[in-house]
Design a binder for this molecule. Structure first.
Ligand SMILES: *[C@@H]1O[C@H](CO)[C@@H](O)[C@H](O)[C@H]1NC(C)=O
Length: 399
C-alpha cells in the first residue's frame, strides 16, 4: 500500500515536472480532429447508403423521400406531418409501405413544394462509391470525443500556445475552410473585397481544399470590420479607408499598414503554432483584399501572392519600405480588361511597379472580363494550382 502510494506520488511529481508543451498539445489535438473527421466522413457515407437503400425499398424517388423527412423536421406540429413522421419511422425499419404512400398523399395535399429541396437522396450506386472512397482513405474507429468537442479543445489549445509565444489574438473574426481528412500542411490567407464578406469565398476555398492532391490545404478567411469608406460615403466591410479613388488613392496609410500587420499576425499563428513553414503560406486577395495581400507580400515572408482584380496601394512607398523577405516569391495577378471597378490601367501600373521592384510577376489579363472575373473562375483556379505546384515542388493538381 505504502509503496504504491510513493510510486503514485513519484509519477505525479514527474508528470508535473514535464507538462506537455502547448505546441505539442495543438499537434495532438489536430491529429485527433483529423481522425474524428475521417470517421465522420465514413459514417455519412454509410448513412447515405442506408437512405439510398431505404428510398429504393419504399418505392420513393429520392426527392419524395427527402420531402417526407423535411416535413418531419419542420412541421411536426401538424397532424399530417405526424402521419408522415410515423411513416418515416416505419420506413426506417423497412416495413409498412402502404402507410408511407398514404403519408405521401397527405404531403401532396398540404402542397409541399419540392422545388426547394436541393439535396439529393443518393442512388445506391453513388452511395456505394462514396463509401468505397471513404474506406480507401481509411475509416478510423469512433473517437472517444466528438468533432465539436475536439474543435473547441483545439481552439483553447491554440489560444494558449499563441499566448505562450507572445502572439496577439486574431484582429478579425475568421472562417477556416480545411481538409476533413488530414492535418493541413499548406495555408492560404484569403482576403475578400471591400463591401463583401468572407462567406462569399467559402465555395472557392472548399473546391481547392477538396481537389488538391499531395498538399493538405487550410484556408483562413478573415472578415474585415465595417467602417466608413470616405470615397464611397458609406460604411462597408473594408480593410482600410481611401479618401480619394479606392484604387488610385490617397489612402489611409496607417490603416493599410495595420491591416498588413494583422494579416502577418495571422500568418505567424499558422507558422508558429501549427508549425507550417512560411514557404507553404500563400497570401491572396480580391480587389481591396488583394491590395492588402500585395502590401503583406512586399513586407513579409510568404510563399507567393495572388492578386485578383487588384492593385498595389502606396506605390511611392517602395522600394524604401519593402523588405527582401519575399524577394524570391512570385506574385500572380488576374485582371479583366472590362473591369468596371478597377480600370485595367491601374492593374498594369501595379504589374510594372512590381516588376521594377525586381519581383517575379505573372500577369494574366482576360479580355472582356469584368471585376468579378465570373467567366474565368475555372481558369483562375487552374492557374492557382499550377502556381502552387511550382512553389511547393509537388504536382497538386487534381487528376
Ligand atoms: C454622404 O451621405 C450623406 C447621407 O447619405 C449625405 O447627406 C451627404 O451629402 C453625402 N456626402 C457627400 C460628400 O456626398
Amino acid at each position: 500500500m505504502k509503496v504504491s502510494l510513493i510510486l503514485f506520488l513519484l509519477i505525479l511529481s514527474h508528470a508535473q515536472a514535464t507538462p506537455a508543451s502547448p505546441l505539442s498539445r495543438v499537434r495532438a489535438l489536430q491529429a485527433d480532429l483529423a481522425q474524428a473527421r475521417r470517421h465522420l466522413t465514413c459514417r455519412s457515407a454509410l448513412i447515405a447508403l442506408h437512405s439510398a437503400r431505404r428510398c429504393r425499398y419504399a418505392g420513393l424517388s429520392p426527392v419524395e423521400y427527402l420531402r417526407l423527412r423535411r416535413v418531419c423536421k419542420t412541421r411536426s406540429e401538424s397532424r399530417t406531418s405526424l402521419t408522415a413522421c410515423k411513416a418515416i419511422r416505419c420506413t426506417a425499419c423497412l416495413s409498412e409501405r402502404r402507410l408511407l404512400q398514404r403519408a405521401l398523399e397527405a404531403c401532396r395535399r398540404i402542397g409541399w413544394d419540392s422545388s426547394g429541396v436541393r439535396r439529393k437522396c443518393p442512388s445506391v450506386a453513388y452511395a456505394k462509391k462514396e463509401l468505397r472512397l471513404a474506406r480507401a482513405r481509411g475509416c478510423p474507429p469512433a473517437p472517444t470525443r466528438g468533432v465539436q468537442r475536439i474543435e473547441s479543445e483545439l481552439e483553447t489549445a491554440v489560444r494558449r500556445a499563441a499566448n505562450r509565444l507572445g502572439l496577439r489574438p486574431p484582429a478579425y473574426p475568421l472562417r477556416v475552410v480545411e481538409s476533413k481528412r488530414d492535418v493541413p500542411d499548406t495555408v492560404v490567407v484569403l482576403l475578400h473585397g471591400a463591401g463583401l464578406t468572407n462567406t462569399g469565398l467559402v465555395p472557392s476555398a472548399q473546391s481547392v481544399v477538396d481537389e488538391a492532391r499531395g498538399a493538405v490545404f487550410r484556408f483562413v478567411l478573415p472578415q474585415a470590420p465595417t467602417e466608413f469608406l470616405t470615397s464611397a460615403n458609406l460604411s462597408l466591410p473594408i480593410w482600410y479607408d481611401a479618401t480619394g479613388d479606392l484604387a488610385d488613392g490617397p489612402w489611409e496609410r496607417g490603416q493599410i499598414l495595420r491591416a498588413a500587420r494583422n494579416v502577418h499576425d495571422l500568418i505567424r499563428l499558422q507558422t508558429e503554432v501549427f508549425g507550417i513553414g512560411k514557404e507553404r503560406v500563400f497570401v491572396a486577395g480580391f480587389s481591396q483584399g488583394g491590395s492588402v495581400a500585395a502590401t503583406v507580400y512586399l513586407r513579409y515572408r510568404v510563399a507567393a501572392a495572388i492578386l485578383v482584380s487588384s492593385f498595389l496601394p502606396m506605390r511611392d512607398s517602395y522600394p524604401a519600405e519593402m523588405t527582401d523577405a519575399s524577394a524570391a516569391a512570385p506574385v500572380v495577378m488576374f485582371q479583366g480588361t472590362a473591369d468596371e471597378m478597377l480600370p485595367v490601367e491601374i492593374a498594369r501600373k501595379t504589374r510594372d511597379t512590381l516588376r521594377r521592384l525586381g519581383r517575379d510577376v505573372r500577369y494574366v489579363e482576360y479580355p472582356g472580363e469584368k471585376h468579378a472575373l465570373a467567366g474565368v473562375v475555372e481558369d483562375v483556379t487552374m492557374r492557382f494550382f499550377e502556381l502552387a505546384s511550382e512553389v511547393l515542388g509537388t504536382d497538386i493538381s487534381c487528376v
